[in-house]
Design a binder for this molecule. Structure first.
Ligand SMILES: [Ca+2]
Ligand SMILES: [Ca+2]
Length: 109
C-alpha cells in the first residue's frame, strides 16, 4: 500500500524518472500530461524553475511548495499518486475539483 503521507521527496522521485536529481521539462510533461495541456505544463515548469535553468532541482520544488498556488497543484498530484493506480481518469478526477469534467485555469490557480 502507498502511504498517505507522501513527502516532497517522493514527488520529486516520482517526477525524476531518470534519477538525474533534476526534473526536466520532458519529465514534468510526462508527469502531468494526463492532467495539463502543454501551455499549462510550461507555466507550471517555469513557476517552479525559479532560477530559469530549465531544470528543477529539489530545492526549487521545496520553495515552490511553499507557494500556495503551486502547493495546490502538487497537493492534487500527491492525491493522484496516493490513489496508487495512476489511470488518466483518476488523475483527472483528482484535479477536477468541481467535477465539471473540464479542467479550467481556476482549478490550477
Ligand atoms: Ca531527471
Ligand atoms: Ca532551476
Amino acid at each position: 500500500m502507498i502511504k498517505n503521507d507522501l513527502s516532497l521527496e517522493h514527488i520529486f522521485a516520482y517526477l525524476d524518472k531518470d534519477k538525474s536529481q533534476a526534473i526536466s521539462i520532458e519529465e514534468v510533461t510526462r508527469g502531468f500530461q494526463s492532467i495539463l495541456n502543454d501551455a499549462e505544463i510550461l507555466k507550471l515548469f517555469m513557476t517552479i524553475d525559479s532560477d530559469g535553468s530549465k531544470s528543477i532541482n529539489y530545492e526549487e520544488l521545496v520553495v515552490a511548495f511553499k507557494d500556495v498556488h503551486t502547493n495546490y497543484i502538487l497537493h492534487k498530484l500527491k492525491q493522484a499518486i496516493t490513489m496508487g493506480n495512476l489511470t488518466p481518469e483518476k488523475v483527472f478526477n483528482a484535479v477536477d475539483v468541481d467535477s465539471s469534467r473540464q479542467l479550467d485555469v481556476v482549478e490550477f490557480n
